[in-house]
Design a protein around this ligand. Structure first.
Ligand SMILES: Cc1cc2nc3c(=O)[nH]c(=O)nc-3n(C[C@H](O)[C@H](O)[C@H](O)COP(=O)(O)O)c2cc1C
Length: 159
């Protein structure tokens, strides 16, 4: 499934959170297996994201329908997508309902980075990959070298 509502929660231990409606087919997989992957896809895969997020796994096998290639996980049995420039393998540690979604808290147990798409500082190299970002309402955007700014928080905090 596609998930727009997600965020980092803690450095140590490394925790991540996602909001998943319990009616999603994927939800039951996560609850039963207590593990899943978060795959970060490039802007050029926006159509794939819309396709995955626009179809139900109950009706079709999305891996087959959309020809999605997988690579091997290392600590779990979750699908790591070939198209992803980064992916987390996660284990579910807590969950709670908030309105019509359930907030799932998971520990990141393995990280996959397509090394050549990251700078030595560990930041996405925007010359090599442009991330898919979601604005809502079916609008996708990306970031390029011209559209981002790096602002030093200590220098700015002094003024
Ligand atoms: C860009 C995008 C973002 C989405 N974000 C979420 C989300 O954060 N949480 C959620 O429960 N559903 C979200 N959805 C909807 C699910 O991805 C969609 O219902 C999907 O068909 C569920 O697949 P499944 O039934 O195979 O689990 C999103 C859909 C799109 C297209």
């Amino acid at each position: 499934m596609a998930v727009a509502w997600h965020t980092s929660l803690s450095f140590n231990p490394p925790l991540y959170g996602i909001a998943v409606a319990s009616k999603r087919f994927t939800y039951q997989f996560i609850i039963d297996s207590k593990e899943f992957a978060v795959n970060f896809l490039p802007f050029k895969a926006s159509e794939l994201i819309a396709s995955i997020g626009g179809t139900g796994g109950q009706e079709i096998d999305k891996f087959q329908r959309f020809n999605i290639a997988k690579s091997k996980p290392v600590k779990t049995a979750v699908p790591i997508l070939e198209a992803a420039y980064a992916a987390y393998e996660c284990k579910l540690i807590a969950s709670k309902d908030y309105g019509d979604h359930r907030w799932l808290v998971e520990e990141i147990v393995a990280v996959h980075l397509r090394e050549k798409t990251f700078t030595t500082e560990g930041f996405v190299d925007l010359d090599k990959v442009n991330p898919a970002l979601y604005l809502g309402n079916e609008y996708y955007l990306t970031a390029t070298k011209n559209t981002i700014r790096r602002l030093d928080r200590e220098a700015h905090g002094k003024c």
